[in-house]
Design a binder for this molecule. Structure first.
Ligand code: HEM
Length: 142
């Protein structure tokens, strides 16, 4: 399939993203290290709070890929504000995301979304590493 939107970075449909997100967060919930962090932030039990989180994440990916612009959040703020999200967790998250993408998507789609995830993950990890070092400084608006 060819992408309809000229801003779209690679060929993937919203349905592909929904599948990836559903399987990924099912594995996150069962993960020894990451599961408890998400359980405390979202919900212990699988249910409506998790569906809402997955819908937000799917919108985030559609935005990152250029499919639509419905996502209006700030992942940097969310991760920096959650003191349980530690720098050392990012490679674990990315490994799980990569393994899931390779199972759920075509190899080309998986390669492409992993490039994006790695770039965004590196930036979030840096933000989390800097957490606390700007205490007392004026808020960064841009
Ligand atoms: C150390 C690895 C990570 C952990 C432990 C983690 C954890 C979390 C948690 C617990 C939330 C729920 C929100 C909250 O805390 O209040 C969240 C939200 C989110 N995460 Fe992560 N995350 C990680 C890596 C990533 C990466 C690499 C990406 C993107 C490539 C990402 C994208 C998002 C987005 C888009 C949200 C929703 C933000 C919003 O509410 O708009 N996360 N994450």
């Amino acid at each position: 399939m060819t992408a309809q939107n000229p801003m779209q970075k690679f060929d993937i449909t919203p349905e592909d993203i929904d599948r990836l997100v559903a399987v990924f967060y099912e594995r996150i919930r069962a993960h020894d290290m990451l599961g408890p962090v998400f359980a405390r932030a979202i919900a212990v039990e699988d249910g409506p709070e998790w569906r809402a989180h997955e819908a937000r994440i799917a919108a985030f990916w559609r935005n990152a890929i250029g499919i639509d612009r419905s996502y209006d959040g700030s992942p940097m703020q969310v991760h920096v504000a959650n003191p349980e999200v530690m720098p050392g967790m990012f490679s674990v998250w990315l490994d799980l995301f990569g393994a899931t993408a390779r199972e759920v998507l075509t190899p080309a789609q998986a390669d492409s979304i992993l490039v994006l995830a790695t770039r965004i993950g590196d930036s979030l990890r840096y933000g989390v590493t800097q957490r606390g070092q700007v205490r007392g400084a004026p808020p960064k608006l841009f």
